[in-house]
Write a protein that binds this ligand. Sequence first.
Ligand code: HEC
Length: 234
Amino acid sequence: MRELTTRVGGFLFLALIFAVFSGCKNEPDPIIDDTIIVSDVCYEDTVYFQNDILPMLSSTCGTAGCHNIGTAKKGVVLIDYLSVMRTGGINTGNPASSDIYEAVIGSDERMPPSPKPQWTDLQKNLLLTWISQGAKNNKCLNLPYCDTTNITYTASVLPIFEKYCYPCHSGLNPAYNLDLSNFAQLSAFIENGVLVGAINREPGYYPMPKGSDPLTRCEIRTIEIWIENGTPTN
Ligand code: HEC
């Protein structure tokens, strides 16, 4: 039995070698498995395609005139896992030489092109780490290190707005005429879903906070849970 297993194993090994060497150049792209790998827990040292990478790519690259399906500049489409894996030049063996990574760190022809804001160092590092970790189609759900049970407006949510949003969205001339310290305006942007779309950097929304690193998962979850709880004002 053992010998049989060894023989079968040997055969499979030869078949694999054959498959590798006969890999034909004219063949269509290899089949990419795009099943989402869902983890119940968000580990702090893991970068998740669905949580971290896709929102950045689709909001700053996969847009009309750039790398959506309609435009597909230089054949590159960056709107979902399959398009990224097929056209983004991802190289898990040498992550830093992946095309999209080289593009976002590029100095002469950097992406996104000016005057669009350049990716921050945090965003570039997230992309590089995700590729180094195998460029998987992964997603996570829960934040064990984040207090998601005692959320109030004054102690949990307001400090986030004060730190990351009020510099532009309060005072005499708030950006976008949106004064987030005005509860009626804040509520309107919560009800139409735009605030959550913007902080999650979903396609179709302006990514916020503008021009700087995304909020952390915990900060985003804090705001979302406060909204799910019915935006209590205490
Ligand atoms: C550096 C200034 C700046 C900061 C910081 C900033 N915003 Fe904005 N925000 C803008 C500008 C400018 C716009 C108009 C769209 C644009 O030009 O990107 C805008 C638009 C928005 C919109 C409308 C988005 C849409 O798609 O219609 C929302 C909601 C928003 N901001 C929320 C926030 C929140 C929440 C924060 C903090 C987490 C924040 N902003 C931080 C400048 C800023």
